[in-house]
Write a protein that binds this ligand. Structure first.
Ligand SMILES: Nc1ncnc2c1ncn2[C@@H]1O[C@H](COP(=O)(O)OP(=O)(O)O)[C@@H](O)[C@H]1O
Ligand SMILES: [Mg+2]
Length: 283
């Protein structure tokens, strides 16, 4: 079988703010169609790593390639072309409060002028429907939206240019458990429908269970491990132990599979699958 195409290649990156080294010799590869979660302690440099991948930070050493383009060395026009192939959902949603939902989602289309003006409305309405928003939500301002709706609008905006690559920074943070579950279901569906490659920062173990193919652990300034959840959860590193404390039993491949199957159930009672209710035995 041919090796899957590498969409993201981070090679021996060092990042520092002033004298403070955030990443040292950090390596990470993400292949087409993968959903990779980045986990790590608060302040470990997850958001900074996303910013490096977006070309918003420049590493002190090493290289970052996206779709085969080295970010630091791209001509401005090349970088623009690469940028429109990804979508980003920032940690706080980053909607423009003065614009309504429609105009927030339409913004990238209008900036890029890639479609005729009369296509903007049908495309925006289609994206809103795709993320489960109603047509009447289009006229609301961000202040009138619930946390879950803000995430959906941000996701619609991230998807409006039909990106191949999606970056999500803490997509379920701040959501109540039910909205979180709905959002995760939405991600799963979009991933299946659109064949996206996704890199997401998350602390949410349920999100890891529901959508993630591979978990990359950022600790001690680099990616200390990356692999399937069942493998990574058993690493003896203190951060990993703490992160999965009380969840280890659930991380067996079979349990993750059962959890995913339970999410495919279209009924929406908000109930928690049985496998999640089991207490971890004391040891
Ligand atoms: N623009 C900046 N200038 C200086 N220090 C920064 C900046 N952004 C982040 N940092 C520092 O870099 C470290 C990693 O931050 P961040 O990437 O936001 O961590 P995480 O997302 O994992 O919580 C933190 O110590 C933070 O204070
Ligand atoms: Mg962060």
């Amino acid at each position: 079988m041919a090796h899957p195409e590498a969409i993201i290649e981070v090679d021996n990156v060092t990042t520092a703010y002033g004298g403070h080294v955030i990443h040292r010799d950090l390596n990470l590869t993400v292949h087409r169609g993968e959903v990779v979660a980045l986990i790590g302690g608060s302040g470990s440099g997850k958001t900074t790593l996303l910013r490096l991948l977006l070309g918003l930070e420049v590493p002190q050493a090493g290289s970052v390639k996206i779709f085969g383009h080295p970010l630091g060395r791209c001509a401005a026009r090349d970088l623009e072309r690469v940028r429109y192939r990804w979508g980003v959902l920032f940690q706080n949603g980053a909607l423009f409060s003065a614009l309504n939902v429609f105009d927030n989602v339409a913004l990238p289309l209008r900036e890029l002028k890639s479609v005729p003006p009369d296509l903007v409305k049908p495309l925006v309405m289609l994206k809103l429907a795709q993320v489960g928003l109603k047509p009447e939500d289009a006229l609301k301002r961000p202040a009138e939206l619930s946390g879950g709706m803000v995430k959906r609008v941000s996701l619609a905006r991230a998807l409006i240019l039909d990106p191949q690559l999606l970056f999500l920074d803490e997509p379920t943070a701040g959501l109540d458990p039910d909205s979180s579950k709905q959002f995760v279901k939405l991600l799963r569906r979009l991933r299946q429908e659109l064949g996206l490659t996704v890199v997401m920062v998350t602390h949410d173990v349920d999100t890891l269970f529901a959508v993630v193919d591979r978990v990359a652990v950022l600790a001690d300034q680099h990616i200390i491990a990356s692999g399937p959840l069942a493998e990574v959860a058993r690493l003896p590193h203190p951060f990993v132990r703490n992160f999965f404390l009380g969840h280890l039993e659930r991380c067996a491949e079979e349990d993750v599979r059962r959890f995913r199957l339970s999410l495919d159930d279209t009924s929406d009672d908000g109930g928690v699958p049985a496998v999640l209710c089991e207490e971890e035995p004391a040891h």
